[in-house]
Design a binder for this molecule. Sequence first.
Ligand SMILES: [Zn+2]
Length: 461
Amino acid sequence: MKELRKFDKVVNLAKTKGFIFPSSEIYGGLNSIYDYGPLGTELKNNLKKSWFDFMLARRDVVGLDSAILMHPEIWKASGHLDGFSDPLVDCKKCKGRFRADNLLEKKGIKPTFGKDKSPDMGDMKCPECGGELTEVRQFNLMFKTFMGPLEESANQIYMRPETAQGIYVNFLNVMGSMRMKMPFGIAQIGKAFRNEITPGNFTFRMREFEQMEMQYFVHPDKTKEVFDKWQELRMEWYKDLGINPENLKFREHESDELAHYAKRALDIEYNFGFSKNETFKELEGIHHRGDWDLSQHQKYSKQKLSVKDEEGKEYIPNIIETSGGVDRATLAFLMDAYTEIEGGRTTTTESNKAAEVVLKLDKRLAPIKIAVLPLSKKPDLADTSNKVYDMLVGKYRIAYDETGSIGKRYRRQDEIGTPYCVTIDFDSLEDKQVTVRDRDTMEQERIAIDEVENYFEKKFK
Ligand SMILES: [Zn+2]
């Protein structure tokens, strides 16, 4: 039997344990759209909270939650209406549709782009049937919809393809209302939509996804120090939350990869290991966007978006952006936490045969923090178990599980990354103590029931 890749195992665990489901599954699914299950929702919420806390811990960064639907002129100003497209070719014979640049890359040819962003295809044939390909056409990636009752072009609007524009158009509002002084940043998490032609690799590239972006507004002379600082800070965030540093790296973009307005771009990459050729892939980008964004919005909105320096000289703020994917980060943390222990590590007979899975998520990210496990379903234990449960449930996400052997129940919690299990046994009724088991060390401690709250306060500090 073919050995499953770690990636496949994580995809399987994500579905069977309630982290991530294919969307609309009972209707056959919807291509490259996914739903987060009960545990995935907790994990993603913990991750987003951690990001916001990290970004807003700096006193020069504030938060924002702008709308998905925006004035259509914004996408003219940003360049998305004209330029946010992928080059497509169709096969004349089998009607297959492909991204032109991907076809070239798969053949080991680095695409060279002409003025209209269309790559030179040479004598490339259809990879499926060898048929002749059409000319390259540009396909805009924005989802369109209509506002109001009339479906006519005057009412056409777009689902935002990125959250950044919502930040730029609120620059004046935030600066004015919050009395922000330059330089400062605005951080936002939200959904974005891209009608990708070749989505894939599970939640890595989806058509509906969530971004966590921060736009930092700064004087053009100060961009380098700001870029360097955020490059370090953003890498630190991933490491601090438990990703193995060996699976992370920076990748500087070549000058021919940069958007025309961009001064510099650098990715934080994670070793997803999708295939032999697809190991390290982008998690987050750090971009020096120059004054392009605010200049464009000043031009199109006819509102003044410049500020004054100390000498009273006006300038358009430059932007350093940190742009990460919530779904990609969630996937990276799941993959990095996924650990298999060959032959198992528990001693109960039914569980020591197969490889054991432990999801070594950081405590802050773990969907369930503590599992309360009465040793048996006997009513004698219920009172004490309920008491422990009630004590903790307002403060932490708690699981209560009384079915199956204790070994099996430990394994269930290990697989979903629960850091601690509290077991109530018959001795607990006498000595008023419970056993706390640690997910990673499997060490067990007897704790007085009266001390349980204090104990976990320290553990989750
Ligand atoms: Zn074909």
